[in-house]
Ligand binder design. Structure first.
Ligand code: C2O
Length: 463
């Protein structure tokens, strides 16, 4: 566990989180990286020291603090080729930024190509000493952070399918050894604030805890009106806080994170961890899932506080209205928005702007940059129109906006708009089915600088 002022060493090391040894790119030498803890109002100063040398993977790096708004600190956003040059080996970069009015569950990860798939991912929690929902839980500390991830046996410069699902950095793969699983310890009678982080490169996870319901109280760093569910869809980049009441008989219970990808199997403890009550034996659980009766629906989520979506409450009536159509170029294998794939420019976009060598309309990469006026309401709609085989519709694409949280005025699977109390988040899935979805978001341009907006499936981002 690190505080808000810390050195973060980025190193190569051999790890075997699912029993299969491989070289990784690791923050602090572990997977996931150490939990960074801060309080609302803190200034974080994280000195990232690049000690990478394994040339089978990227040896340059950059760290993005996912969900942190970086108000007045765009330069510290960590998006390689957008706000900074990659950090070369044997160099360091001091990220310095404040969280004046943010609290909640975040994470950090490499924002250089697909390097995060090689292991450079970790949790970041900003605690609120005056949390308006703290009467709902008794325990909220490093033991209640639950990091869900995929894991690969092959270095990410080669694309592959995930070999296993890890919970807090432990898991098992099909045909592999009975590797240790993560254990989340609880005590009967206490209520826990679990902070569930979708630290995935690709799949999304259906998260459940046998025998227990979950009360959602936070979505991507914004507290919501409590909603009871017995499953949670967690897409790459998304976070939830759920309150779990340890009110069941003292025992071991399976925590399940079924992957949307391959190896959806649960056999032999794959895709799982253990919820262990104090006093329960040190054994694998034997529990079965109960019928799920409280389905997760993103449309049920409403912010605890908030004034609704900004601007005129009618679709297409924001100050600036943008349609972004995702598609797959089946020849090149590249994903695109409005038929253009992001290509890393020779000079980071922030540096292009600051050096004023380019007229704004000549910023590179051309066609990928949308210039937005300040202090205006922006609406982005992402219609599911690419119905070609293997096309964008029908695949999960969690879209993430840097530097802003947005109101989701139309969620996946819904045909109506909500301007009154839409969920506010920073990563939204455009849906897994070609059902004429048109996920639509709104935000206000209150944070100048170049900000990435991209699909959080790392393979879809890599040019
Ligand atoms: Cu979680 Cu552009 O990042």
């Amino acid at each position: 566990v690190l505080g808000h002022v810390a050195d973060l060493d980025i190193v190569n090391d051999i790890v075997s989180p699912d029993g299969f040894p491989r070289s990784g790119v690791l923050a602090g030498g572990t997977f996931p990286g150490p939990l960074i803890q801060a309080n609302k109002g803190d200034e974080l100063r994280i000195n990232v020291i690049n000690q990478l040398y394994d040339t089978s993977m990227n040896t340059t790096t950059s760290i993005h603090w996912h969900g942190i708004l970086q108000h007045h600190s765009n330069w510290a956003d960590g998006a390689a080729f957008v706000t900074q040059c990659p950090i070369p080996p044997n160099a360091s970069f001091l990220y310095q930024f404040s969280v004046p009015d943010q609290a909640g569950t975040f994470w950090y990860h490499s924002h250089l190509s697909t390097q995060s798939c090689d292991g450079l991912r970790g949790p970041l929690v900003v605690y609120d000493p005056h949390d308006p929902l703290d009467h709902m839980y008794d325990v909220d500390n490093e033991s209640t952070v639950i990091v869900l991830s995929d894991w690969y046996h092959i270095p990410s410069p080669q694309r592959s399918n995930p070999d296993s699902t890890l919970i807090n950095g432990l898991g098992r793969y099909s045909g592999g050894p009975m590797s240790p699983l993560a254990v989340v310890n609880v005590e009967y009678g206490k209520r826990y604030r679990f902070r569930v982080i979708g630290a995935s490169c690709d799949p999304w996870f259906n998260f459940t805890i046998d025998g227990h319901r979950m009360t959602i109280i936070e979505v991507d760093g914004t507290e919501v009106k409590p909603v009871d569910v017995d499953s949670l869809a967690v897409f790459a980049g998304q976070r939830y806080s759920v309150v779990v009441n340890a009110d069941q008989p003292v025992d071991n219970y399976w925590i399940r994170a079924l992957s949307s990808f391959q190896n959806q199997t649960f056999d032999g403890g794959q895709n799982s961890a253990i919820l262990r009550y104090r006093g329960a034996p040190d054994e694998d659980p034997t529990t079965k899932p109960r019928p799920y009766v409280l389905p997760f629906d993103e449309g049920f989520l409403q912010p605890l506080f908030g004034a609704g979506a900004p601007g005129i409450p009618e679709p297409g009536k924001a100050d600036v209205n943008i349609n972004l159509v995702p598609s797959l170029n089946t020849t090149s294998g590249q994903w695109a928005l409005n038929n253009i794939s992001f290509v890393a420019p020779p000079l980071p976009i922030l540096l292009q702007i600051l050096s004023r060598h380019q007229h704004p309309s000549q910023l590179l990469p051309s066609g990928s940059i949308y210039e937005l006026p300040s202090n205006k309401v922006i609406e982005i709609s992402i219609p599911a129109t690419d119905l070609s085989p293997g096309g964008a519709s029908g695949k999960a694409h969690p879209l993430h906006l840097h530097g802003h949280a947005f109101d989701v005025i139309r969620v996946s699977g819904s045909s109506s708009y909500n301007f009154v109390n839409p969920v506010r988040r920073d990563t939204v899935s455009i849906g897994t089915q070609a059902n004429n979805d048109n996920v639509t978001i709104r935000f206000v341009t209150d944070n100048p600088g170049p900000w990435f907006f991209h699909c959080h499936v790392d393979w879809h981002l890599r040019a």
